[in-house]
Design a protein around this ligand. Sequence first.
Ligand code: SF4
Ligand code: SF4
Length: 290
Amino acid sequence: MDITARLMKAGFFRVLAVDAAQASDAFTHGTLLIALWRYDAEITPTHGEGWIHPYYFASQRAYEAAAGVVQKVEEDGRVIRLRDDVRLKPIFARLPDFCQGRNTLSYVEGAGSRFHAQTLWLAETLDDLTPLLDRPQERRCGSCRRCMEACPTGAIQEDGFHRERCLRNWMMSGQLAPDFIREKMGVRLIGCDDCQRCCPLNAPVKEIVHERIPLAELLERPKETAMALRPLIGVNLTLPNRILSQACVMAGSTSREDLLPQLERLSDHPSPNVRAYSAWAVGSVASKAK
Ligand code: SF4
Ligand code: SF4
């Protein structure tokens, strides 16, 4: 079975094969296989328990599927590697049925922005490669400004994307987010969907599919919760102190006084971020509960 067929069988909905050297300065030869994994969008809850954007479940499943294919292809004696260091947005911008939105996300026919990509480098040059355009395509947003208006922190502006204002930039980062970011986090454990679900290039969002994560559990047993989530969203997003920090921020977005004793107990936690976020959350919950 050829590699594209294997990837499709593993769950990817589309596989692009491009000349690696043309696509990226990181390569002198070979083929880049870019495998796209589609996911269903979910309504973002505004209250209640913790929520994880479905992209992160999809990226873990896609990673496991791609790793399985790499193993099989290597067993056939071919040289293939999973690569997570190739910038894909500039490559997508040079493919005819992709475009980039004002929100900086890449869009593709058949999935909109609701996809994750795994990149595999194959030492051989395959036949029938997808040709890359010489220059990036223009944006197809026209006069639409919906994502600019929907972003809760003003990260998307006329002059471009301001990463330091994006909620996602601060989640699980290990950095202390400024107050105006904390105040807009809501009950998102990881991911923000506001600039995608408002987009007319995406299909409408219907329901919540994945289970919510109870805030009390996150605050009480961050290590166990992180370990339970690890097979679903990967190691990088399940470092216990980062989960606990984000749990404090989420708790601070609610008026749940039942969480105050747990937050107060974290005042002498060894992590300075957990101490700072829990103290902020105690003040925030108390002011909302008044
Ligand atoms: S919401 Fe409008 S401006 Fe934003 S990416 Fe979608 S089409 Fe472009
Ligand atoms: S992910 Fe959220 S915070 Fe970041 S730009 Fe989009 S809407 Fe704004």
